[in-house]
Design a protein around this ligand. Structure first.
Ligand SMILES: [Cu+2]
Length: 344
């Protein structure tokens, strides 16, 4: 066999191999880690439906980056938040009317639970009395509608403009009994509400790069409150930035590592549904003790279910490694996200 002939055979083999790879095997890391949203686009005419379950666990109080014990919080307040668990079911749909534009809608259903310790002053010469109580809220959260616009593309990278609007569909009047409400239901502090009550603009940028053996991406999304809600406050603006690295393995899997930084402001205004005295009794009712910043590290796995290139399962575990909070404010320990995605 002549040199030219073998060279030609190798070229043809390479050509068909790369065609098969580009055509037949969609990589699991063609979508980012499941905790990142709006990070991939679709081809014209494609639909995607998704379900995500997200849970965040908060435990203990921080003032700045220093831990405060329950006893320390109770020196200044009669109620101290101890733990909070936030669960979210999120349904999503994506549709691409063209290769340059992907539309998306996200519908969250939220469940919040907060455990508190409470101290009531005892009578003359008596010890103060400690007790605990839990409040719970749930319901439809704020629906988000928006789009992803392709700003720039090369053979292995994409730059996306993210723009969505968060609608005030979630309630800001959620009530429950508290340890101090004498058996009646009262409107709960800010963190227990399931909605923001405001129209929020969410602009952002996402960059994706796909190489032969790995991929990486980065995203920054801001949440800007456009107005004041019916209870005369608006939650603080937020900035979320994240960067990730992913590698395919075992044909239909990929694993990822990700870092994230999030900053959020205090609340503007003060809820007209909370008694002004309440912020002296419990820190969660103080609009000036809601802001902070946090650094997270995450690791996850994406899996394309073999046999059907349109079905994906993914999981991501997120650990908070640094926080600086206007406190006393509850500290985030960890969260996780489970997701299922179906492309049509
Ligand atoms: Cu999608």
């Amino acid at each position: 066999m002549s040199f030219y002939r073998s060279f030609f055979l190798v070229l043809i083999t390479l050509f068909f191999t790369s065609t098969v790879l580009a055509d037949g095997s969609i990589r699991a890391d063609s979508h980012g880690p499941v905790g990142v949203m709006g990070e991939h686009m679709h081809k014209e005419g494609e639909w995607m439906f998704s379900y995500r379950y997200m849970q965040m666990e908060m435990d203990g109080n921080l003032e700045g980056s220093n831990s405060l014990s329950i006893d320390e919080v109770l020196q200044d307040y009669s109620v101290a938040p101890e733990k909070m668990s936030m669960a979210m079911h999120m349904l999503g749909a994506m549709y691409a009317p063209s290769n340059d534009l992907t539309l998306m809608v996200m519908l969250p259903v939220v469940n919040n639970e907060m455990d508190h310790s409470m101290e009531m002053a005892g009578g003359m010469g008596m010890m103060p009395m400690r007790s605990t109580f839990t409040t719970e809220t749930d319901g439809l959260g704020d629906i988000k509608v928006g789009g992803l616009y392709r700003l720039h593309e090369t053979s292995n990278s994409t730059l996306i403009l993210n723009l969505s609007l968060s609608l005030p569909t979630g309630s800001i009047d959620e009530k429950d009994m508290t340890g101090m409400s004498m058996g009646s239901e009262v409107v709960l502090p800010y963190a227990m509400q399931v909605g923001s009550g405001t129209y929020d603009l969410r602009p952002g940028l996402t960059y994706n790069s796909h190489q032969a053996t790995y991929s990486w991406g980065a995203q920054a999304i801001a949440t800007l409150r456009l107005d004041e809600n019916d209870n005369h406050y608006s939650l603080g603006d937020r900035l979320m930035t994240t960067i990730w690295y992913a590698r395919p393995f075992a044909k239909s899997f990929s694993w990822s590592v990700r870092g994230a930084y999030e900053y959020w402001d205090d609340i503007d205004g003060e809820s007209s549904k909370l008694s002004p005295m309440m912020k002296n009794m419990v820190p969660t009712a103080d609009p000036d003790l809601r802001g902070g910043q946090r650094v997270d590290l995450a690791t996850g796995i994406n899996w394309i279910i073999p046999g059907s290139h349109s079905n994906r399962l993914a999981v991501e575990f997120i650990r908070s490694i640094y926080q600086d909070l206007n406190g006393p404010q509850l500290e985030t320990d960890y969260s996780f996200v489970l997701g299922w995605q179906l492309s049509l």
